[in-house]
Ligand binder design. Structure first.
Ligand code: MEV
Length: 432
């Protein structure tokens, strides 16, 4: 019976038992498979259980580091949580490569976040504008209980304005607010402010017959599109220093620039190209306890800001110098949320020497740029499968249950050969 009511009320053991009975009736190891990922430290386990609802076990991701990232002259060892092989190796390789060429230059362009109260208004626009002017300062004052702490630290609500969206959708207006949330990602802060604006609007509308009964507040929510929370990272090198794998520096640089041009002109390539960038950025975002779904949504929207989905990175050659850069919107936090709760997030932030949110924006964007450099460099030279399958070899061997002796023997065998799944299985059988 797969339908169940009151599942959330069951104890964790009962939830696991229900899953075992329902989906693993013939598997005697099912219960212990859930249990073996539980942490022996009960306090730690409870902490993880309470992050979300209906927790039945933990889901591990490898936590790795990529050293030698030089950003604005400072060296970082960057923590990355990611399951895909090759990513950390590629990031580390690119970091080391650019370390010897002066590293990366990063600059935070802006740090503004935003949110909207979306509303429909069926009366006269002039009446709404007049009403908004009247209640503007009251909306801000009523939100003081939410904003005062943030204001003490120098942040808060930056602007609140009425936006006419009726040309896009009949009767649609927004209360559009922008925020400075300092080192916090600020999602709860922003949403609380927006809900308060909506509440003040409702209360004040009761006193205004030209508004009351003529509007509908649809929703109040932050936007994950944050083009005013922008970071730029660049790197450059004399073309002659870029010689690699049988290509002269000039050939490599020109091929690289063409690869970016393809990503700018073709959505199918742009999507994969940007996915490679997010491989690195997401891994750091996850390790530092930030919301990678929010960042993904915002970054991809930004990649399509011209009306066409394009590359997040740019490259060009000028006066025999190769220039490579990325510009991305990143709403990140280094205080609040998981950053105070998850022990490994604290560890990750400590490894980064407790960065501010702005510094973390620079680090994350740099890893994105480095990741893209590594991917495109492989693609235009040897292809990615050689390196990728080498890294994937260990995954295949683990799936096959290879012993340490077999792993050593088989890794040695594939040192100078192409790794394919079937070939690994064949050699594995021989070493049994
Ligand atoms: C694989 O996870 C990422 C790449 O496909 C990125 C790219 O094609 O640029 C290698």
């Amino acid at each position: 019976m797969k339908n169940i009511s009151g599942f959330s009320k069951l104890t964790k053991q009962q939830k696991i038992q229900w899953l075992c009975d329902t989906y693993f009736p013939d598997d005697k190891d099912a219960f212990s498979n859930f249990k073996k990922y539980h942490n022996a430290d009960e306090t730690l386990q409870k902490l993880h259980d309470e992050f979300i609802e209906n927790t039945v076990t933990n889901f591990y991701l490898p936590f790795a580091v990529a050293p030698n990232f030089v950003i604005n002259g400072k060296t970082y060892t960057v923590p990355m949580a990611i399951e895909e092989s090759s990513i950390v190796a590629a990031a580390s390789r690119a970091a080391k490569y650019w370390e010897t060429r002066g590293g990366f230059k990063a600059e935070v362009i802006s740090t503004e976040k935003n949110g909207q109260v979306h509303l429909m208004f069926y009366g006269k626009k002039a009446d709404l504008e007049c009403f908004f002017e009247k209640i503007h300062s009251k909306m801000l004052t009523d939100a003081k209980h939410i904003t005062s702490n943030m204001e003490k630290r120098g942040g808060g609500i930056s602007t609140l304005r009425l936006v006419d969206k009726t040309s896009e959708l009949a009767n649609y207006y927004q209360l559009f607010a922008s925020f400075e949330t300092l080192d916090a990602m600020g999602a709860n802060f922003i949403n609380s402010c927006l809900e308060q604006f909506a509440e003040t609007f409702r209360q004040e509308a009761l006193k205004h017959p030209e508004i009351d009964g003529k509007y509908e507040i649809v929703m109040s929510i932050l936007s994950n599109y944050v083009p005013e929370c922008l970071v730029k990272v660049s790197t450059s090198s004399p073309v002659e220093d870029l010689a690699v794998a049988g290509l002269s520096g000039k050939e490599f640089a020109e091929k690289f620039v063409r690869a970016i041009a393809i990503a700018n002109s073709e959505v199918r390539r742009a999507t994969t190209h940007n996915k490679g960038i997010m491989n690195g950025m997401d891994a750091v975002i996850l390790a530092t306890g930030n919301d990678f779904r929010a960042v993904e949504a915002g970054v991809h929207a930004y990649a399509a800001r011209s009306g066409k989905y394009q590359s997040l990175t740019k490259a060009h050659i000028k006066d025999d110098i190769f220039h490579f850069e990325i510009e991305v919107p990143l709403a990140l936090g280094t205080v609040g949320g998981l950053t105070n709760l998850h022990p490994l997030v604290k560890t990750a932030l400590q490894i980064l020497e407790k960065p501010s949110a702005s510094e973390l924006m620079q680090i994350v964007a740099t890893v994105g740029l480095a990741q893209n450099f590594a991917a495109v460099s492989s693609l235009i030279t040897l292809g990615i499968q050689k390196g990728h399958m080498k890294m994937h070899l260990m995954n295949i061997l683990n799936q096959l249950g290879a012993s340490d002796r077999q792993k050593e023997q088989i890794t040695e065998y594939f040192k100078d050969k192409t790794v394919t799944h079937s070939e690994v299985v064949r050699i594995f059988e021989q070493t049994k």
